[in-house]
Design a protein around this ligand. Structure first.
Ligand SMILES: Cc1cc2nc3c(=O)[nH]c(=O)nc-3n(C[C@H](O)[C@H](O)[C@H](O)COP(=O)(O)OP(=O)(O)OC[C@H]3O[C@@H](n4cnc5c(N)ncnc54)[C@H](O)[C@@H]3O)c2cc1C
Length: 401
């Protein structure tokens, strides 16, 4: 009898963790992992590449470095569709791939909220390619000032003040003094504006902790506009609403970090979704499709304590990967699957290289200690999808290089 075929889509935190767990188990199944690139990237560190404080090589490794080739086949291709009723996946280059069990872990994309001009005139921060584009654009634009003397070359607008925006601001405010002496532009003329539609900043932290983080950025020269929704992005201009009036800021660098949605493949494949996310069953399968698991940023998991879905994070994606591997093992053995349970361990945001703020297991941390906690957390995540060798190879114990 032929072996059942498990196909995992996406080698991010959720997909790679699933496969790493599966290959540890003694299961009789063919395992196939499909990913767009031949590398895994740590999405949680994209802001460092975008700001130019770390190269892409520091946060990427080859997927095959952590796969057991005797147990897992890796296919590098882009998934364009899931034909759930035919149990097939359509790949851009290699055509159709059938499955018995499917794990969809295709991750996130930039969310424009339908605001005009976002795709044309701002830079999203969602993968290695876009992060490298952000860095190249920032470096070139700041360097241009030498010849243009155009103030807009030194004006940077960060759209949104969520987690990604704050971490990106932390990195660029660390790097700009070095860039100023390297490229010869006047540092005091650099204008960094962060525009947020919501009335409060960093609502996931206590007011005191959030203010501490924001004050660090303000002291480094960031101006925050809060309760000011962005209405349009035009070429080198951000249009926003303040006190009922439309206003504009000129900036030759506009970074779009207002939020993310799940992969567009989910909606295009006819799953019942909201912003690319499917509300999954308690065992992380899709309703009426017990053979399909949906995890990571394409899934929404209800937090029964708050009555709202858990925020999509790398932390939950890793736990989901573990649970799916256990449930696949159970299904193959004819046992019922177990419900997924999750207790968040906390959240820490970095504000550049040596400041962090967050909650860890019910305790607030900030400053240098916060930064150490953050570095430990990302190293732990890297260990879960990579290996000790990956950590050593990437020099990740050298915290303050
Ligand atoms: C700057 C930033 C900072 C963050 N900080 C934190 C943090 O501190 N803590 C935390 O817990 N979370 C954080 N997050 C959120 C976290 O990164 C995501 O929740 C997490 O990456 C989701 O994991 P995933 O496996 O679902 O998706 P991803 O990490 O997005 O992985 C998806 C994978 O699928 C591949 N893929 C996508 N589309 C296709 C396709 N069509 N075909 C084939 N392959 C495809 C991608 O190349 C990628 O390898 C941060 C996010 C950002 C952007």
């Amino acid at each position: 009898m032929s072996q059942p075929k498990i196909v995992v889509l996406g080698a991010g935190y959720a997909g790679l963790k699933t496969v790493k767990q599966l290959q540890k188990k003694n299961i009789n199944a063919e395992i196939i992992l499909v990913n767009k690139n031949d590398y895994h990237y740590e999405s949680t560190q994209l802001h460092e590449v975008a700001a130019g404080t770390e190269p892409a090589s520091k946060i990427t490794f080859k997927v095959t470095d952590v796969l057991d080739s005797k147990k897992v086949t890796f296919i590098q291709d882009t998934v364009s569709l899931v034909k759930k009723d035919e149990k097939k996946v359509v790949l851009e280059k290699q055509g159709e791939l059938s499955y018995d069990y499917l794990v969809i872990a295709l991750g996130f994309e930039s969310e424009t909220f339908g605001i005009p001009g976002v795709n044309d005139f701002s830079k999203p921060l969602v993968n290695i390619k876009t992060a490298e584009e952000c860095k190249k654009h920032l470096d070139e634009t700041l360097a241009n000032y030498q010849t243009t003397k155009n103030d807009a070359d030194l004006s940077i607008v960060v759209c949104g003040a969520g987690f990604t925006s704050i971490e990106y601001l932390g990195e660029i405010t660390n790097r700009i003094p070095k860039l100023a002496s390297q490229l010869g532009f006047p540092q005091d003329k650099v204008k960094i504006t962060c525009i947020e539609a919501m009335p409060t900043l960093l609502p996931m932290f206590s007011e005191k902790l959030g203010s501490y983080g924001i004050d660090v950025l303000k002291k480094r020269g960031v101006e925050f506009k809060v309760g000011t929704p962005i209405k349009e992005i035009k070429e080198n201009t951000v249009v926003y609403e303040e006190n009922g009036e439309l206003k504009e800021i000129n900036a030759n660098t506009i970074i779009w970090t207002t939020g993310v949605k799940g992969s567009s493949v989910i909606g295009e494949s006819g799953f019942s979704e909201r912003r690319g996310r499917v509300m999954v069953e308690s065992d992380l399968t899709v309703a009426e499709h017990p053979e399909i698991f949906m995890i990571g940023d394409v899934s929404a998991v209800m937090d029964n304590e708050s009555g709202r879905p858990f925020p999509t994070t790398a932390q939950i994606a890793l736990k989901q990967g573990e649970s799916v591997a256990d449930n696949l093992e159970a299904k193959l053995a004819g046992r019922p699957s177990e419900p997924f349970s999750f207790k968040p361990l906390g959240t820490v945001a970095s504000i550049g290289n040596n400041v962090g703020i967050g909650n860890v297991m019910g305790k607030e941390v900030k400053g240098y200690i916060g930064s150490i906690m953050k570095k430990n957390i990302i190293n732990k995540s890297l260990l879960e999808v990579g290996s000790t060798k990956t950590l050593l190879k990437k020099g990740r114990f050298d915290y303050y290089h």
